[in-house]
Design a protein. Structure first.
Length: 394
């Protein structure tokens, strides 16, 4: 087992009517003027935004608003938010939505504490030293941004989707009411469940030593999400299933499932999907599902025993004395689960016909123009990425 530091400072208020605690939370963390940040019209139609506004008014907390955040949140909206917050004297950022809105809030928070271009942090030209405080009212269980140190933003100039990980951006609080996710369409629910499982699988597939306790948490989380995802495809208003998935979303990306495992995981699938998202603006979880099987088959020979353990612990599969056969059946079982959730298992099923030229562009961007490798389970260079994307093309 490797040494590790575990840091998860976010205060979570979970359960029915959790949003009723919003006022006291904002006071607790010193908010005197709030940016209410959100996406499209669904939060308005549901009445959630109205309830949040009522709380802010009741608590005499001034606020300004910025809506219009889209999936794969845009740098232009972040910069609009930075300008607005500076103009209005905002000192607390409140995300009402899912990972895209929370990530946008985090990026605005970085920008409020930085004299340069906030994109510097995502382009790895600078490291954040501070972030304005962020809180979240979660409406989608998927990204885990409500408890993570991660923010992912898309720059329209070149359509580059890039992430920044820094503890400064962690939410001060997360309000998590599973009832707020009842109205999600099946595709969005399933895509979110894939993202949750992938955050855990990225940490599970690590080369070198691992930690038995972390592995048990990881495989237990994946099985819980898989089981409840299938329930939600038939019963979208099943509170217990929504609750299990929502809590798993937070636990999957707050670092818990990677404690003691080397290098905190692999993340190659996420890096490749970021390029797909930048090029095609596809749904993140669906993009991950489309890539994962090809990545798994490509890297599995590096350590078949690790994939065999995954197959045994998650799916109960074991071919006596043959880790490779067990591993392959485990990969196939994961793809069968994706299909049950009506998720793609290749890029063609995702809806895109990739040309060789597009694959080369995706690979080139993913290596930051040939300056890096990706992955931890197996180090992948541009040729490896190209090979995986060709396998995943369908």
């Amino acid at each position: 087992m490797n040494s590790f530091t575990y840091y998860a400072p976010t205060k979570v208020v979970f359960g029915k009517d959790a949003e009723s605690h919003l006022g006291e939370l904002l006071h607790e963390f010193g908010a005197t003027k709030v940016l209410l940040h959100y996406g499209g019209s669904s939060a308005e139609r549901s009445g959630l935004l109205g309830r949040v506004r009522d709380v802010l008014k009741k608590e005499n907390i001034p606020f300004t608003e910025l809506g219009g955040v889209v999936p794969n949140p845009r740098l232009s909206k972040v910069k609009e938010g930075i300008d607005l917050c500076k103009k209005e004297g905002v000192d607390f950022l409140l995300a009402v939505g899912g990972g895209s809105v929370i990530d946008s809030c985090k990026a605005i928070g970085y920008g409020l504490c930085y004299d340069g271009d906030v994109w510097d942090f995502y382009a790895k030209k600078a490291v954040p030293k501070a972030c304005a405080p962020v809180g979240a009212v979660l409406t989608i269980a998927a990204a885990g941004s409500e408890m993570s140190d991660s923010s992912v933003i898309t720059n329209e100039d070149g359509w580059l989707k890039r992430g920044c990980n820094n503890n400064a951006c962690r939410c001060k609080f997360a309000v998590c009411n599973p009832e707020l996710t009842y109205s999600l369409p099946p595709y969005q629910t399933a895509s979110g469940c894939v993202d949750i499982m992938m955050h855990t699988m990225e940490r599970f597939f690590t080369e070198g030593e691992s930690m038995e306790m972390s592995d048990a948490v990881a495989t237990g989380l994946i099985k819980t999400v898989a089981r409840n995802a299938k329930i939600l495809m038939k019963e979208p208003d099943n509170y217990n299933a929504r609750a299990e998935v929502m809590w798993a979303s937070s636990l999957s990306h707050n670092g818990l499932t990677g404690c003691g495992n080397i290098a905190n995981g692999d993340w190659a699938c996420h890096q490749m999907e970021h390029e797909l998202g930048g090029m095609f603006d596809c749904t993140h979880g669906a993009g991950l599902a489309a890539i994962w099987g090809s990545w798994a088959r490509y890297v599995m020979p590096e350590n078949p025993a690790r994939f065999a353990k995954f197959a045994r612990e998650v799916f109960g599969i074991s071919v006596l004395g043959d880790d490779v056969a067990t591993a392959i059946q485990g990969i196939e079982s994961m793809e069968k689960l994706y299909r049950k959730l009506e998720m793609p298992t290749n890029i063609k099923e995702l809806g895109y016909e990739l040309t060789d030229k597009q694959i080369e562009e995706l690979s080139y961007k993913c290596t930051f123009e040939g300056t890096r490798t990706i992955g931890g389970f197996k180090k992948l260079d541009g040729k490896d990425i190209t090979a995986i994307l060709k396998m995943a093309r369908g």
